[in-house]
Design a protein around this ligand. Structure first.
Ligand SMILES: O=P(O)(O)OC[C@H]1O[C@@](CO)(OP(=O)(O)O)[C@@H](O)[C@@H]1O
Length: 748
């Protein structure tokens, strides 16, 4: 806080009489406006030389005490002469424009304001423009000179560097000594935007499009390298969409005879559909589709392949790519494996809910979280299967419960997706997120029968009673869903979707069976409730904990490394170095950036590690609470701490080579691996998901790679190689449409 103390001036000269022996007055002036965020900073000017002797260019700046409160405190003797002053608004780093408050001077006598503490009104535009209004508070306490001296000493001691790191443990709103001229930024932050990498967060893409592609559509499905759904779950590389797949010459097409297949393979006919799906493997053969539906997918058996796709062994590269989770997650998985029934090791989270209840966004978030923890997880969206099989022009009638063709076609693609998921589980997949309305008991029974002996099912029902949220989701659906991509008339699309929704509502049967989690009005993150039934085990418990803490309310998360450190300059890793000169300039620019970027935010918080390079980087930021996380500490290099990579290569070649070969799993002797860092960051991720206000995370290279990978849904194997340059802010926009990113490079 800014403090003025009346210097030992001759009282006759400045009108302040020193009351011999009396206490002194600790006066605090405050101005507040929770809404206004302008570049104009509140100042005080008035009769005393220390507040400019009515020269506005020498006015004293108030300090931001919080996002909406400005404060100036000073000490005067209780019987001081009346202090004439007024409030003033002017920019931090220039004299113009300078706006004086309306009304007469304010008079402060003996620590109290004469008359009422009227609000401060400023007319920054024309006479007809609405005035800016700040509430004014005045507080004056008599403190004895001894108390004051003692409190001043205590204040100084409190902020003396902590014995461990030489940095204040608590640094809330500490005012930086130096001016910001080196940190001044362009007014328009867009000036600093740099292109995000091609593989950046893809929030702008319709979430369902990023889910699994039906197996029958993958070209070259039997070719050796075909484990094309790369281990982190999204199918990449040689997967083609339906219209591109040319029938392969060397592939024999089998559409088995219904009667024979039924009796031979012990298949179960689901009541309401004519499609059969895979069950136990019979002598090396997998259960096949018998399909009398519309345009059934042709299951193919390659003349050259030794086995069916579901027998494909993930090749060593793929298996290697997805490491087993580490730490607590690994321990629990091993425990479950040792004791749990076989099908419990595979988990299907089956979404249930009416359209426009956030199922797909919830499924995508959960998929990201589980993958990031090292669980082989995939998101299957039945809507995508339907579109690829039947096109995107189904009208609302297709979704009527009393439309047999539509019902059959919808159950057929649901069974197809479920079958793909179970096949994938047989190849090593662990958690399948099955995303569809699954709105009838019949449909859910079909899925449970298919899962029997293969995996455990937990239903995840999303219920929303907030009409405004539903309306928002419906509009997003019409804007983004391929179902309405060819519909030029938004209102017509809206009408059709609402009819589709009504068709589902007529036949909707809430979940009452099996293991289930109900999320009721959780989207906003405020209120709402979760109901669980028959949930047990480590992983289901983690899933419930994650769902309790997440919401879909948009807010930015700003990720940045600390300013360049002296060890960065010297090429030394780890350590606890202070900032280089360039790093100090970045710290000031960052403070300026945060002030501009978050000026319309009522609250936000600044998270750092406990290493001084992050705390010093955060130091110039004022107005937001700062929190030090040990979990945000840089990867522990153990015995290599403080060394350069060259020194490690020379003195510990075997360590250097091991790390180069497998940087994800490699653990420094008496140090950490990237998997260890991921494990200790899980509470940080949960808290970031829980936050509704913006967060600025100032941390380190390895840590930010891991955090960024979570939001960008990057495969674990890529994490140690993600570019996280210095002096760059990665803004993650978390919201209903998923995760989008924007990058600002404040300096080279
Ligand atoms: O995993 P690698 O690529 O070594 O990156 C981690 C290293 O990055 C560094 C910088 O070299 O982090 P930091 O951001 O804290 O400066 C080292 O302290 C840390 O050991």
């Amino acid at each position: 806080m800014g403090t003025i103390s009346s210097k030992n001036q001759d009282s006759s000269s400045n009108g302040l009489r020193h009351a011999a022996g009396d206490g002194v007055l600790y006066v605090s002036l405050k101005m507040e406006n929770p809404k206004i965020a302008s570049d104009l900073i509140p100042h005080v000017f008035g009769s005393l030389p220390i507040i400019g002797s009515w020269d506005s260019s020498k006015a004293l700046s108030m300090q931001r005490e919080s996002a909406s409160m400005w404060e100036l405190s000073f000490i005067v003797p209780p019987n001081h002469e009346t202090l004439d002053f007024k409030f003033l608004l002017k920019p931090k780093s220039s004299g113009e424009p300078c706006v004086e408050e309306e009304g007469p001077n304010r008079l402060l006598t003996g620590g109290s304001l004469e008359g009422d503490a009227r609000n401060a009104l400023f007319r920054t535009g024309g006479a007809d423009e609405e005035a800016l209004e700040y509430r004014v508070f005045i507080k004056a306490d008599i403190v004895s000179p001894f108390d004051l001296a003692a409190s001043w000493r205590a204040y100084q001691e409190n902020l003396k560097p902590s014995t461990v790191r030489g940095i204040p443990d608590v640094s809330i709103n500490s005012t930086p000594e130096t001016e910001f001229e080196v940190g001044s930024l362009e007014l328009d932050l867009e000036h600093y935007v740099v292109p995000a990498p091609a593989s950046a967060c893809s929030g702008a893409v319709y979430a369902a499009n990023l889910t699994e592609t039906p197996r029958y559509l993958r070209s070259g499905i039997f070719s050796k390298g075909d484990a094309s759904s790369s281990s982190h779950g999204s199918s990449k590389g040689n997967v083609l969409s339906a219209e591109h797949v040319a029938p392969r010459k060397d592939i024999e097409v089998i559409v088995p005879d219904h009667s024979k297949v039924f009796s031979a393979s012990g298949m179960v006919e689901s009541k309401s559909v004519s499609t059969f799906s895979q069950l136990q493997k019979q002598d090396g053969q997998r259960g096949l589709f018998v399909d009398r539906g519309v345009g059934s997918p042709r299951l193919v058996k390659s003349a050259s392949a030794s086995a069916f796709p579901n027998d494909l062994k993930l090749d060593t590269e793929e298996k290697k790519a997805m490491p087993a989770a580490a730490g607590a997650v690994q321990a629990a998985a091993i425990a479950d494996r040792m004791h749990g029934p076989k099908e419990d090791r595979k988990l299907a989270i089956v979404l249930v809910g009416l359209p426009a209840r956030g199922k797909t966004f919830t499924a995508a978030k959960l998929t990201r979280y589980l993958r990031w923890l090292g669980h082989e997880t995939k998101h299957f969206n039945v809507g995508k299967y339907r579109r690829l099989k039947h096109g995107t022009n189904q009208s609302a009638d297709f979704f009527r419960a009393d439309n047999p063709e539509g019902l059959e076609a919808r159950n057929e693609v649901a069974a197809l997706a479920m079958d793909d998921m179970l096949s994938w589980m047989q190849e090593g997949g662990q958690v399948g997120i099955f995303d569809a309305t699954n709105s009838s008991k019949t449909r859910r029974n079909m899925l449970m029968k298919m899962a029997e002996g293969n995996c455990k099912i937990i239903f995840l029902e999303t219920i929303c009673n907030d009409v405004s949220i539903i309306e928002r989701n419906i509009r997003l659906k019409i804007q983004q869903s391929p179902d309405y991509a060819e519909q030029p008339d938004f209102e017509a699309g809206l009408e059709d979707f609402k009819t589709r929704l009504a068709n589902y509502e007529k036949a909707y049967e809430p979940v009452e069976e099996g293991s289930y989690i109900k999320m009721i009005d959780m989207a906003s993150g405020q209120g709402g409730q979760i109901q669980v039934n028959n949930i047990s085990g480590y992983l289901p418990g983690r899933i419930v904990f994650f769902l309790v803490n997440t919401h879909l309310t948009p807010r930015p998360i700003l990720l940045t490394r600390h300013g360049e450190s002296r060890d960065n300059v010297r090429g030394r890793i780890g350590g606890d170095a202070a900032l280089s000169e360039a790093g100090e300039v970045y710290a000031k620019k960052l403070a300026n950036f945060v002030e501009k970027r978050l000026k319309f935010e009522k609250t936000a918080s600044i998270w750092t590690s406990t290493l001084q390079r992050t705390i010093l980087t955060a130091s110039p930021i004022v107005g937001f609470p700062k929190i030090q996380w040990r979990a945000l500490e840089e990867i522990n290099a153990g015995v290599c701490d403080g060394m350069s990579y060259e020194e490690i290569r020379k003195n510990m070649p075997e360590e250097y080579e091991s790390r180069k070969k497998d940087k994800l799993r490699y653990r420094y002797p008496r140090g950490e691996s990237y998997l260890d860092v991921i494990q200790r960051l899980e509470p940080v991720i949960i808290e970031l998901e829980r936050q509704r206000a913006p967060v600025v995370v100032i941390s380190h290279q390895a840590v930010l790679r891991a955090l960024y990978a979570y939001f960008a849904d990057k495969p674990l194997i890529e994490i140690p190689h993600i570019e996280v340059p210095l002096h760059t802010i990665i803004e993650i926009q978390m919201g209903v449409t998923g995760v989008q990113e924007k990058r600002y490079k404040l300096m080279d």
